[in-house]
Design a binder for this molecule. Structure first.
Ligand SMILES: [Zn+2]
Length: 463
């Protein structure tokens, strides 16, 4: 190689590495600012305290959900965003009613009370409750083999546990959730009178875990009640069934579905400086189940999303794109908010570039999963070194989130914020999902991690 060519090559290497390292320095300074502001002067924990302890569980259509809309709207106004508004959306209203009651009755007539909760969307039992023999199964596919002959008049007990060997607990959850969601619709086809589903948690305890179920197109008169039983209760019932296959299970619930009611997505935005008509979204769901106060699911995600925009203002960052925080209503039992947001975005012809969702708890941040093309994925992966000081390292292709999902096809990048998932299902949809279970620093680190990714996509754009 001629000496001139070598010099030219060296010159270009110098130029390109020089500009990269300059960007890297600027970016790492910005990330440091965001993390420092979140950890030393954060607002997320204070907001979460109010949402959890002053408002409480925020089931769609409830007074608490309405209060959460008013509270977060007011807080977004206080941040001095360029625009804050409510996006109307009709949501389902289902109520649990009085506390559910259940017991196992042995062949000798002894009754042992066990902890259950109605699954969201379930019909009530008759006023006097239901008492029947129990058939234990480990999956929907076992029903056909048993048929009407064995299932008619029985309570079907779905007892497939979550797999403990999977590191991503969401994968273990995904492997079992069909029992909860479709168990009643499927068992009803064989004449079952009710279903009891093992709670979706890896922990052994006495807490039943709620969650959505659906009857699909089952006619109203053929719908059977569905409840979750705690893991301890499920194990006890299973072991007793081995000794006494003809034991009886009794349960009583008076949950009810009402007509849809008016609710809202809460939205705030900072107008972009150079691309005001191109949108980047950070969001979470404002509704929650009612047994706890919904602090991790998904109060944490809401206050983190609000904190992202507050942090940008705090550190004086003026975004290029218009950055929006969206608090979606009704993720848990309908996804109406997520669908409405995407529908309105399409109707108005809004160009969406990026959306980030936080709906996996307020635990220590690990990284993100991206639903996007290779170019954007590689771009995100190239930022990994910037996140190294914060112990954030997971940048992989994967699922983003339920509420931003409907934007797919009309957006460049969908991203899911991934905190550590080991403890999430200990409290997911259960009475112990409370403010005390959230660690302030972990929550704040999550908010800063989310802000950092949004900053980088704002600066470098999407492909
Ligand atoms: Zn959630």
């Amino acid at each position: 190689m001629k000496i001139l060519s070598i010099l030219t090559l060296l010159f270009f290497l110098f130029i390109s590495s020089g500009s990269n390292s300059q960007n890297t320095v600027q970016d790492s300074v910005m990330l440091k600012k965001l993390y420092t502001a979140a950890l030393t002067d954060g607002k997320a924990y204070e907001w979460l305290d109010y949402l959890s302890n002053e408002i409480g569980g925020r089931l769609s259509g409830s007074i608490e959900a309405e209060n959460a809309v008013k509270y977060t709207e007011a807080q977004l106004h206080e941040l001095g965003l360029d625009k804050v508004w409510l996006q109307p959306v009709m949501v389902p209203k289902w109520t649990r009613g009085f506390k559910e009651y259940a017991y196992i009755e042995s062949l000798t007539g002894e009754k042992s009370v066990t902890d259950i909760c109605a699954l969201g969307g379930s019909v009530a039992t008759p006023n006097l409750g239901i008492k029947a023999e129990v058939v234990e199964v480990h999956g929907i596919e076992e029903l056909a083999a048993l048929g009407k002959e064995k299932l008619s008049g029985k309570i079907v007990f779905f007892n497939r546990p979550m797999r403990a060997d999977l590191i991503q607990t969401f994968e273990a959850y995904g492997g079992c959730v069909d029992q909860r969601y479709s168990g009643a619709a499927e068992a009803g086809k064989y004449g079952a009178v009710g279903v009891i589903v093992r709670s979706l948690t890896l922990r052994q305890d006495d807490l039943p875990h709620a969650g959505a179920m659906s009857y699909g197109d089952t006619p109203v008169e053929q719908r059977i009640p569905a409840a979750a039983i705690s893991t301890n209760g499920a194990d006890y019932l299973s072991s007793l069934l081995r000794l006494q296959p003809k034991l009886l299970f009794y349960f009583k619930m008076n949950c009810k579905t009402f007509d849809d009611v008016q609710s809202y997505n809460v939205i705030g935005e900072i107008t972009g400086s150079t691309k005001p008509n191109e949108y980047m979204v950070v969001g979470a769901h404002l509704d929650s189940w009612d047994l706890g106060d919904g602090a991790h699911d998904d109060g944490a995600g809401c206050v983190q999303s609000m904190e992202v925009l507050r942090l940008f203002k705090k550190v004086g960052y003026k975004p290029k794109h218009t950055l929006r925080v969206v608090l979606f209503m009704n993720e848990e039992n309908g996804l109406r908010g997520g669908r409405k947001y995407a529908e309105e975005a399409k109707r108005k012809g809004e160009i969406h570039r990026f959306a980030l969702e936080s709906d996996a708890g307020g635990f220590t941040p690990r990284g993100f999963s991206f639903d996007t093309n290779e170019a954007n994925l590689n771009k995100a992966k190239s930022w990994e070194p910037l996140f190294k000081p914060y112990l954030v390292h997971y940048f992989e292709k994967g699922y983003s989130g339920a509420d931003i999902g409907p934007l797919k096809g009309n957006i460049d990048v969908l991203a899911g914020f991934l905190p550590d998932s080991q403890r999430y299902f200990d409290l997911h949809h259960a009475a112990n999902d409370t403010f005390e279970a959230v660690n302030k620093r972990e929550l704040e680190l999550g908010a800063a991690t989310m802000a950092s990714l949004m900053y980088l996509f704002d600066i470098y754009g999407t492909d």
